[in-house]
Design a protein around this ligand. Structure first.
Ligand SMILES: [Zn+2]
Ligand SMILES: [Zn+2]
Length: 433
């Protein structure tokens, strides 16, 4: 193969063999007409073969063939040595568990980027996490928007580490935390650039990092979120901040299909519209959210939407810090995907009016939404659904709260919704209506 690809051999073959062969053929009277035409076809094919095997651009050919002799001349023209190297470089994206907040670390082979810094108390934890990764300098720090759960630990991080470039949207907030962040930026004389659509961030040659939002100014701070998209060969990551449906609509006008999507605003139903999700078409979704948070994030509707599209969901409230590793072809996760459970799955069983049971044992075994479940995702959903359990007797026409004296002889669990249809509320225990 190497000999076949050598320049001088090609040129000699091309310049000498074919013409010489043809001349010899016509001069030699011993050839009859028929073999002559056969031989001219053979020489013609040989000529074309030489022509196609010749490198079209001669300058890069010797260098690339020296590095990779197994690759033919035609391939080396299309695939630069840089591209071949890139395929081997893995990148890591750490979705840190900062409770109800966001903090994402991106590590390429050359550079690092931090997107958001959790709540105020997370500052120290994040700094020690970064140091444990051997990081003393962050090339890029993005504060997606000025809400506490995104910039809380920022002042601490700015003080503790070297920072190359600070990226934040043109949005201000009147909190002390926001002012502290600005003061730290000033004290360290950091380079600050506005996060806006069109900004390109440099995280080394292996990835392409674009800021694709905000596309305009918003009064709502969540919509003003910096939205970052990173491409690593065939794998892409989308970081949505707390962007709401309005900003999603603006951004959807661009092509933003991404393999891994950090779901906007902790899985709240004010983000992740159907249209947006169907444009991004992620294979994997990350929800950065606190266990038993006061906002009931992520919303049941968002989880349902993701499940309907067979998207693998990873949640920091269930798995803690999640690390995604990409080799440019596929992506692996350090955690198991979240198990989806239908929010109203317990209803049909508990509602069954044929459930005749008056022993106290059956009461304990009767499934109810308040029974403990084996995962936090399951336990948080019934609360959001406000499925309330009340009790009826075998013969009575009223429904009761647990503990009512009328339940002493028989006590059957039933959902409030169903109880309302066939029973009246007890006037003694006054159950929810
Ligand atoms: Zn926010
Ligand atoms: Zn947030």
């Amino acid at each position: 193969m190497k000999f076949y690809n050598t320049d001088w051999f090609m040129w000699i073959a091309l310049v000498l063999f074919a013409p010489v062969g043809i001349i010899l053929m016509w001069k030699n009277k011993r050839f009859s007409k028929r073999p002559a035409s056969v031989i001219s076809v053979i020489f013609g094919i040989w000529f074309l073969l030489c022509l196609t095997a010749l490198p079209t651009d001669r300058t890069p050919q010797p260098a690339s063939s020296a590095e990779s002799p197994r690759i033919s001349a035609a391939q080396t023209v299309n695939e630069s040595p840089l591209q071949q190297q890139n395929v081997n470089k893995t990148i890591k994206v750490h979705y840190l568990d900062v409770g109800q907040g966001d903090c994402i670390l991106v590590q390429t082979s050359e550079k690092t980027m931090l997107i958001d810094a959790g709540n105020k108390d997370d500052g120290k934890t994040i700094v020690s996490y970064l140091k444990a990764q051997g990081i003393s300098k962050l090339d890029i720090v993005v504060a997606t928007h000025p809400h506490e759960d995104h910039i809380g630990g920022m002042a601490e991080i700015i003080k503790a580490l070297d920072i190359g470039l600070f990226v934040m949207p043109n949005a201000v907030h009147t909190t002390t935390l926001f002012e502290n962040m600005l003061t730290s930026i000033e004290d360290k004389k950091l380079d600050v650039v506005e996060a806006r659509c069109g900004l390109i961030l440099d995280l080394g040659p292996n990835v392409v990092v674009n800021c694709i939002g905000p596309t305009k100014e918003y009064e709502d701070l969540n919509n003003a979120s910096a939205v970052i998209r990173m491409e690593h060969d065939n794998i892409s990551f989308l970081f949505c901040g707390d962007m709401q449906k309005q900003a999603e609509e603006e951004i959807s006008k661009r092509v933003i299909r991404s393999t891994v999507m950090k779901i906007g605003h902790h899985g709240s139903d004010t983000s992740t519209s159907i249209a947006f999700l169907d444009v991004v078409k992620p294979t994997y979704a990350i929800i950065s959210v606190g266990k038993n948070n006061n906002y009931q994030h992520p919303s049941v509707s968002t989880l349902k939407l993701l499940n309907e599209r067979n998207i693998n969901v990873y949640r920091t409230d269930e798995s803690g810090t999640i690390i995604a590793t990409s080799d440019g072809k596929s992506v692996k996760f350090s955690a198991q995907p979240s198990k989806y459970s239908e929010p109203e799955q317990t209803k049909p069983d508990t509602d069954s009016s044929s459930q005749i049971s008056n022993s106290s044992n059956s009461v304990n075994s009767a499934p109810s939404p308040s029974s403990p479940s084996n995962s936090s995702s399951q336990s948080s959903k019934p609360a959001e659904q406000t499925t309330v359990t009340v009790y009826v007797t075998n013969t009575g026409a009223k429904y009761h709260s647990d503990g009512c004296r009328y339940l002493s002889k028989s006590r059957n669990a039933i959902s409030l919704d169903n109880a309302r249809k066939s029973y009246d509320p007890c006037s003694v225990c006054n159950p929810p209506k």
